[in-house]
Design a protein around this ligand. Structure first.
Ligand code: IPE
Ligand code: IPE
Ligand code: MG
Length: 250
């Protein structure tokens, strides 16, 4: 971990906070993982799916109830078409191959993001996965696909503006709780912890609304190298953080 964390910010062992309910992950570094091995980037993404499977399983075992993963950002349309195709194929493969098992394991799948620009086959796959697993309660897996944090806020604003135009909503009824419900990720509580792999120190437009007070953790490893131990380590570090929410804390 490349964290520079003053020890005064760490709670002592006696006051470990409860584990995070909702973890969000920016799964970054697939391309560099592949490059370091002289492999094509697509293979890095393929290994990234293996890491995702590990993360889902470990989250479920460690009592996390919501896991959000950033799989394709609205900015990722800026990549070459071959790379975009590879990333879309992986979503297809993941949903087709893993849906039955995830469903059996009690995982509720939600794909969060814009539907604009997605092909019909992807849209029906998304709808199928969400419908099939909608009543599962063990773990909610939010897959942020064609997701952007600003776009998510704009979509919520448009929805509220339409309700105002239709006379169903008064502007002063709009409050933070309403926006929290209206964003794509609104069926999950705010993330407690946002993890980014690959060493980059930015959010890249992920969960700008709901992540307002999340603990941030930047890990120095490529996403395909992420293991159950990586998640345990992150949770352990989280439990030592002093979350103050503007107050004076522990
Ligand atoms: C993350 O890995 C996966 C997606 C963005 C879809 P990258 O593809 O960004 O890998 P790097 O950052 O180039 O190494
Ligand atoms: C963020 O990673 C998006 C996903 C992990 C899906 P990027 O690799 O696209 O982000 P930047 O370009 O480094 O900000
Ligand atoms: Mg990247």
């Amino acid at each position: 971990m490349s964290e520079l964390q003053p020890s005064s910010n760490n709670a002592d062992v006696a006051t470990l906070r409860s584990p995070p309910r909702h973890i969000a992950i920016i799964m970054d570094g697939n391309g560099r993982w592949a490059k370091a091995r002289g492999l094509p980037r697509a293979l890095g993404h393929k290994e990234g799916v293996e890491a995702l499977r590990r993360a889902v399983e470990a989250s479920r075992d460690l009592g996390v109830t919501h896991l959000s993963v950033y799989a394709f950002s609205t900015e990722n349309w800026n990549r070459p078409q071959t790379e975009i195709d590879a990333l879309f194929d992986l979503l297809r493969v993941f949903v087709r191959r893993d849906l039955a098992r995830l469903h059996k394991d009690g995982v509720r799948i939600r794909i969060i993001g814009s539907r604009i620009g997605l092909s019909d086959d992807i849209l029906s796959l998304i709808d199928e996965a969400m419908a099939k697993t909608k009543d599962n309660t063990r773990l909610t897996l939010n897959i942020a696909f064609n997701y952007g944090g600003r776009g998510e806020i704009v979509a919520a604003m448009q929805q509220m503006a339409r309700a105002v135009e239709a006379g169903q909503l008064k502007s002063d009824q709009i409050d933070e709780a309403m926006v929290s419900r209206m964003v794509w990720s609104g069926e999950s509580p705010d993330p407690d912890l946002v993890i980014r792999t690959s060493g980059e120190l930015r959010l890249s437009n992920f969960l700008l609304w709901s992540g307002a007070y999340a603990e941030l953790m930047f890990m120095d490893l490529w996403w395909p190298d992420f293991t159950r131990e990586s998640l345990e380590k992150a949770i352990d570090a989280y439990r030592r953080r002093d979350r103050r929410f503007g107050g004076l804390g522990a």
